[in-house]
Design a protein around this ligand. Structure first.
Ligand SMILES: Nc1ncnc2c1ncn2[C@@H]1O[C@H](COP(=O)(O)OP(=O)(O)O)[C@@H](O)[C@H]1O
Ligand SMILES: [Mg+2]
Length: 280
């Protein structure tokens, strides 16, 4: 995940103020990257983001994100997008279990139009092999005193062929609950598409189920999504959750979440030592 330093944040805000004019009151929208702002002028309110994915236009047309209103390129090369402001709230941790989350994700994963469009923008498919390459690159800068990191790499290497799956869909790749917002009429949106990629749907489903849904509810959640919980899916989800957890550790160890690292390392240890004999 990308983090902006404080100087860049201040600069971003200045550029946006110049673009919109002094009537607009700009505030950070509270995302993970510092690239998102709210802008208010009286009754009018916008959601602004710097360098959003060009995929946003088609997501807006499909009603998956709040309506895209305009896109502008600044002289420094940054692209600003403005979307309709949603008067609502983020989903709570416990609400990720809801059928409407499963059905929106299913709609996204099954959309041929979205897939067609994303393939034009991103010509690379995020296969297990490609994900491992990216992780290895990140690990080059990681201090080597965590043998567990290397155990996790060995796990991912040895299982990557067994989890190869040739159905590729549009994956959001950052399905944490802060990226799901619900408006006053209970309409659900999935925002923050900057990391979207073409990949195995298990990449998205693994996070959702492992992090938010109790194991005994997985079957029911997947019924809403229209998928059967079989051994292939269990194997793939397990591989992807190890990958996500390792990725999180490698990304966040240098940032403000550093103090939570021990917890994530012990979660990783549990994942790679878990008994998988029933589905492997
Ligand atoms: N159109 C919108 N209206 C209101 N709030 C929004 C809108 N889009 C996103 N948000 C809120 O702003 C937060 C930050 O936006 P996001 O795109 O996730 O930025 P980041 O990449 O920094 O995480 C989201 O977590 C969500 O709660
Ligand atoms: Mg976000």
């Amino acid at each position: 995940m990308k983090h902006l330093d404080i100087h860049k944040k201040v600069k971003r805000k200045k550029w946006l103020e110049m673009l919109l004019g002094s009537d607009w009151d700009l505030k950070p929208a509270g995302g993970a990257t510092g690239e998102a702002f709210s802008a208010r002028d009286g009754d009018r309110k916008l959601f602004l983001k710097c360098n959003s994915s060009p995929f946003l236009a088609v997501l807006s047309a499909e009603g998956i994100v709040p309506k895209l209103l305009w896109t502008k390129r600044l002289t420094n090369g940054d692209v600003i997008t403005a979307q309709q402001w949603v008067n609502g709230r983020r989903l709570r941790y416990t609400e990720m279990n809801q059928p409407k989350v499963a059905s929106l994700l299913s709609q996204i994963h099954r959309s041929a139009e979205l897939l067609e469009m994303l393939k034009r923008i991103e010509n690379e498919i995020l296969t297990p092999e490609r994900l491992l390459q990216q992780l290895r690159h990140k690990a080059m800068f990681f201090e080597e005193h965590y043998p567990l990191i290397y155990k996790a790499f060995t796990f991912l290497e040895s299982w990557k062929a067994a989890v190869y799956h040739d159905e590729f869909v549009v994956c959001h790749c950052d399905l944490n609950h802060n990226n799901w917002i619900i408006d006053e009429n209970e309409r659900l949106y999935l925002v923050d598409w900057d990391g979207a990629s073409v990949a195995d749907p298990a990449l998205d489903i693994s996070i959702l189920l492992h992090w938010y849904v109790p194991k005994e509810d997985w079957k029911a959640w997947l019924e809403e999504y229209h998928l059967t919980l079989d051994n292939s899916l269990l194997r793939r989800m397990h591989w992807y959750i190890v990958m996500h957890t390792l990725d999180w550790i490698l990304n966040e160890s240098n940032h403000e979440h550093g103090e939570q690292l021990e917890g994530w390392l012990s979660y990783l240890e549990t994942l790679i030592t878990e008994d998988r004999s029933s589905y492997c």
